[in-house]
Design a protein around this ligand. Structure first.
Ligand code: FNR
Length: 374
């Protein structure tokens, strides 16, 4: 029975080929940051106020000019289309129907134009390239498509060290192997309903939105992609100068970086350690939130990594986040139940927040600020 977001994980584990499940679930190296993300939420305590009339509570919020029905959204996840048929569209549509933000990954398997058609409020997440003409081409494409919000991910100068993926032979591009084929054969339902269905409808999956352009997901040879480890604040300043839409920096943990982003005139930052998938031992975003908030000027401060419960959302808001994003659980929900599954997972989290607001004695999200135990 799926009663909450963590339940989606157990259901997806049974549904997905092992190497794919482990790619989604995995953190880097020893998983220290994955555990730290949860521990940070679990260490905080709330202090409810009683006998407040909470009958007319709502979760409305206006992060980055949106009119959202809840203070959470769907984080960008690359290669999602392997877990669920046209996952990017399923996630985008479910988010639109629920009135929450959806961030399309720059490493997605559906074209950015098609996703914006399905959800005109979608934001786009970009993995910048050190080869500037590629970035320029992508920015032009985003402008032509009509994206209003660009999220630049800055915490992947190089790929994180995810050793389980190495052991599983799960890389980018995916090289066909006996192990992958065996993992897939052990999940005939996934093979039929996700993989073969995708092949039938779309052909071999491709990364459609890399800065470098279209690239095959399955290949025996390396995908042509330039490095990302020579980008600097000057580069971000040049993007700010030419991108007239909203600009958000994802992967910020240091107050100094939030201050630098604010000085450049960015619209927001997402405090994140990439769900513990990049630098293992990186601080939990929740523990950095207050310092980042204090340094952020007027920018929208958002957070992801480890958010699973309504109380997690409210704790992040109490510490200064305007919005939070959830990654893995929504992809698991897509793997298990497609667009409808994602919609149900969104409702579960929204119902938790609603119940928790009543239990805390809040009618508005802004009131949670003083409900955190000292
Ligand atoms: C990610 N994440 C990610 N981030 C990003 O900026 N671009 C991307 O393409 C991806 N791809 C990706 C794939 C998968 C399978 C996962 C699980 C994560 C990171 C993601 O946006 C987010 O920061 C974390 O997932 C948030 O943590 P939780 O909610 O998964 O704990």
């Amino acid at each position: 029975m799926i009663l909450n977001l963590p339940d989606c994980e157990a259901a997806a584990r049974r549904r997905l080929p092992r190497c794919l499940f482990e790619f989604i679930e995995g953190g880097s190296e020893d998983g220290v940051s994955v555990r730290a993300n949860r521990a940070a939420f679990e260490a905080r305590r709330l202090v409810p106020r009683v006998l407040r009339d909470t009958a007319s509570r709502d979760q409305l919020c206006a992060t980055l000019g949106g009119g959202w029905s809840a203070p959470f959204g769907i984080a960008p996840m690359g290669a999602a289309g392997l877990a669920c048929f046209r996952a990017d569209l399923a996630l985008a549509r479910a988010a639109l129907a629920a009135g929450i933000p959806f961030i399309l990954s720059g490493a997605s398997l559906v074209s950015l134009e098609r996703v914006l058609e399905a959800n005109p409020q979608a934001w786009f997440q970009m993995y910048p390239s050190s080869h500037e003409p590629e970035n320029q081409a992508l920015l032009a494409r985003l402008r032509a498509a009509g994206y209003g919000t660009l999220v630049v991910t800055a915490d992947v100068p190089v790929g994180g060290n995810r050793e389980r993926d190495v052991r599983n032979g799960y890389g980018s591009p995916l090289r066909p192997s006996f192990k992958l084929a065996r993992d897939a054969a052990l999940r005939p339902r996934w093979l039929l309903r996700t993989f073969l269905r995708t092949l039938g409808a779309e052909g071999m999956p491709h990364f459609e939105n890399f800065a470098a352009g279209r690239a095959p997901m399955f290949s025996r040879t390396a995908v042509r992609q330039h490095r990302r480890d020579s980008l600097s604040w000057d580069w971000l300043a040049s993007v700010r100068a030419q991108w007239t839409g909203r600009l958000v920096l994802k992967g910020v943990l240091a107050a100094e970086d939030a201050e630098a982003a604010s000085r450049l005139g960015l619209d927001g930052v997402i405090v994140s350690n990439h769900g513990g998938r990049q630098l293992d031992g990186a601080a939990a975003p929740l523990d950095q939130l207050a310092a980042v908030k204090a340094a952020s000027g007027g920018m929208a401060v958002m957070l992801d990594s480890g958010v699973r419960r309504g109380t997690d959302v409210l704790k992040a808001l109490a510490l200064g986040a305007e919005h939070v994003f959830v990654g893995r659980p929504f992809l698991y929900a897509a793997a298990v139940g497609g667009e409808e599954g994602v919609g149900q997972a969104i409702q579960l989290l929204r119902a938790e927040i609603d119940r928790d607001m009543a239990l805390l004695g809040c009618v508005r999200l802004t009131e949670v600020a003083d409900r955190l135990a000292a």
